[in-house]
Write a protein that binds this ligand. Structure first.
Ligand code: AP5
Length: 215
């Protein structure tokens, strides 16, 4: 089983991906996290990707496709996996199908209006351990300190208002066409991502019941 989380920047793909991963025992694979690891390690891929990421654009399809091909070939993906932020273009979706067309697949689209997203992302705080907080909705126990590891919380470089607006523009132009693509495949559903985190989680799980047998 492959669960694809679709949705604009800040819609909650990472938040819901973690909850779903824990619930079903599937790894969450985020191309954003994979790319940030390359940037952090200063690899040639990371240096190239950084330009696109800093400006709110997309990293080259070939680079991301290769990253995903390698990652989903690993043993922990045998039972199933959750894709967060991939595919983001029609060519990426076609490539995913070419890598593994036999895997059962379902697409959950988390819908949130643009104005809400600017507010959410401006208030997001992240830790290098991967934990995600929100200055209003999900505050850490101690200000700017990660509840999970005690690390310092920071604002992501691409969470500035200008870059958020560009990420949203790119989403509408290049990623939104995937809604029609997957609707035509017949494996798509959407949920209201403006509800609170647990309500969104319950809505996704309820729709997933048609595809995944719950224990
Ligand atoms: P990536 O890291 O994937 O960024 P994104 O898609 O823009 O998504 P975000 O991580 O910003 O948001 P999210 O939907 O995960 O929301 P979250 O759960 O954190 O990608 C970064 C960059 O890498 C891209 O711009 C691109 O350059 C490149 N890239 C990545 N994948 C690529 C690909 N496939 N092809 C090419 N380039 C690629 O939640 C956001 C905030 O809201 C948090 O503070 C959270 O606590 C809060 N929140 C979550 N849910 C709720 C709720 N229900 N109510 C209130 N607050 C909530």
């Amino acid at each position: 089983m492959r669960i694809i989380l679709l949705g604009p920047p800040g819609s909650g793909k990472g938040t819901q991906g973690d909850l779903l991963g824990e619930h079903y025992g599937f790894p969450r694979i985020s191309t954003g996290d994979l790319l940030r690891a390359e940037v952090g390690a200063g690899t040639p891929v990371g240096l190239e990707a950084k330009k696109a990421m800093d400006s709110g654009g997309l990293v080259d399809d070939d680079v991301v496709n290769e990253m995903i091909r390698r990652r989903i070939g690993r043993n922990d993906c045998g039972k199933g996996y959750i894709l967060d932020g991939f595919p983001r273009t029609i060519p990426q979706a076609e490539q995913l199908n070419a890598i593994n067309s036999k895997r059962e697949e379902v697409v959950a689209d988390i819908r949130v209006a643009d104005e809400r997203l600017v507010e959410r992302l401006s208030a997001r705080r992240v830790c290098s351990c991967g934990a995600v907080f929100h200055a209003i909705n999900r505050r850490p126990q101690i200000e700017d300190v990660c509840d999970a590891c005690g690390g310092r919380l920071i604002r992501r470089g691409d969470d500035s208002p200008e870059v958020i607006r560009e990420r949203l523009r790119v989403y509408h132009e290049l990623t939104e066409p995937l809604i029609v693509f997957y609707r035509q495949k017949g494996n798509y559903f959407s949920v209201n991502g403006e509800a609170d985190v647990q309500t969104v989680f319950a809505a996704i799980r309820s729709k997933l019941k048609d595809w995944i047998l719950e224990n």
